[in-house]
Ligand binder design. Sequence first.
Ligand SMILES: Cc1cc2nc3c(=O)[nH]c(=O)nc-3n(C[C@H](O)[C@H](O)[C@H](O)COP(=O)(O)O)c2cc1C
Length: 140
Amino acid sequence: MKPSIVYWTGSGNTQIIAEAIQEAIEDLGMQCESNYVSDVTADDVKDSDIFFLGCPSMSGEAVEEYEFRPFLDDLLPHVAGKKVVLFGSYDWGDGEWMVSWNQEMIDSGAEVLDRYQIQWEPNDEQLANVKEKVTSYFKM
Ligand SMILES: Cc1cc2nc3c(=O)[nH]c(=O)nc-3n(C[C@H](O)[C@H](O)[C@H](O)COP(=O)(O)O)c2cc1C
């Protein structure tokens, strides 16, 4: 499986999750960059078989609108039949952004394997859990 990690972060929390995902994949002997969303285009990653997409909850319980949303809109036509894992940090909400984002992926034909929504900065236990789950997808 060819993985891609693409994330947006404002204050670094979602980036920490992205780096844990990258580490877990590299520990399996694969190469995988963790890309800040503005450094790649949907075209660059569209041939992946499994997408790890990260974005925190932003204003109005939504994904970030200026960088992540345009990328996501470009990627959606390419996710049908692909495996997807969504991740991101949040604060005061109830995780609603992840629910609607998940639905959007399903509506586009993706198979959402998992969603990691982590309040504030992830702790060591949460990161270990993320890595364990990531490893499991490649052993399916
Ligand atoms: C402009 C802005 C809007 C936000 N909107 C929400 C929100 O609607 N719901 C929520 O739970 N957290 C919201 N947050 C909090 C962030 O999701 C939270 O701080 C998260 O940890 C940021 O992740 P990051 O460090 O990857 O940027 C908002 C933060 C900012 C700066």
